[in-house]
Design a protein around this ligand. Structure first.
Ligand code: MLT
Length: 276
């Protein structure tokens, strides 16, 4: 997929922290962190990752290909592509290095980024991460999902959110969060979603990268995450020498949106420790 100038936020001044969103979402999922950390002396940079976010949705309106062509013609947006986009954005913003904070797919991009540009990472924050690469079953499932979004659009994906991504307490007590998550999914361009699924299907296995990561690393897990298992976070915690793991109660896969106050405190404490 040709590189597209995706939108980004750049708010506040101070040490930079770059937020990489999950799938199939956009940079708005970091709204609460950007407000909080920019008020606490940090520069918060949050791009929409390649193919995702609102700008791309506008560009695809002109897509006049046949349905058959549309299903086949979407090449993968790889984690490598996305990591290089982040580096290009940092160049544009004259940010030599930063704390890189990813959630889920954003963690795949973060792993790729630190592999490609180790000197540009001062610390890592990995939320709902997984290091292992895809097996055959996962690859087939991602291709099936890609074909389905291209054929049907994003609507069907909204239904699985409450059951798999969010904690029970979020579903019961935080309708605004459920609504924001649904809106992000519906704003996603199906072609961008298919490209990202295909990119995730051919991502590397990051397990053997873990011992080479030597920056301070915070791993954050939601105790009720239905997408990641506790072992996924433990595996990364054991693999990265200088890492710490925080598990947030009453939170699922989108723990930063579900428990923003707790998440922000955890993040601020970690960032505060970096100068020590
Ligand atoms: C995400 O939230 O980014 C996705 O769960 C990532 C994935 O599909 O592996």
């Amino acid at each position: 997929m040709a590189q597209i100038e995706n939108a980004f936020d750049d708010v506040g001044s101070g040490p930079p922290i770059i937020f990489l969103h999950g799938f199939p979402f956009n940079r708005s999922m970091w709204r609460e962190q950007i407000a909080f950390l920019s008020a606490n002396g940090f520069r918060c940079i949050a791009p929409d990752l390649r193919g995702l976010g609102k700008l791309v949705a506008q560009t695809s309106v002109c897509d006049d290909s046949t349905p058959e062509h549309r299903l086949k013609s979407v090449p993968p947006a790889t984690m490598d592509d996305m990591a290089r986009d982040v580096a290009a954005l940092m160049d544009t913003l004259q940010s030599e290095s930063a704390v890189i904070c990813g959630l889920s797919m954003g963690c795949y991009v973060a792993f790729e980024f630190i592999h490609l540009f180790p000197s540009r990472v001062s610390a890592l924050v990995l939320c709902g991460p997984r290091a292992q690469g895809p097996d055959e079953k996962e690859k087939l499932s991602r291709e099936a999902q890609a074909l389905r979004v291209l054929a049907e659009g994003m609507d069907f994906a909204v239904e699985s959110i409450s059951s798999t991504l969010l904690a029970q307490k979020t579903v019961n007590e935080k309708p605004a969060v459920v609504e924001s998550v649904g809106e992000m999914v519906l704003q996603t361009d199906p072609r961008g979603a298919a490209a990202a699924q295909r990119g995730m299907a051919i991502r590397r296995d990051y397990s053997s990268d873990l011992p080479n990561i030597d920056v301070p690393t915070l791993i954050v897990a939601g105790r009720e995450d239905g997408v990641r298992k506790p072992e996924d976070a433990d595996f990364i915690n054991r693999g990265i020498r200088n890492s710490q793991l925080e598990v947030i109660d009453d939170a699922g896969h989108l723990m930063n949106m579900e428990q923003p106050e707790i998440f922000n405190d955890v993040l601020l404490r970690f960032l505060g420790s970096l100068g020590d």
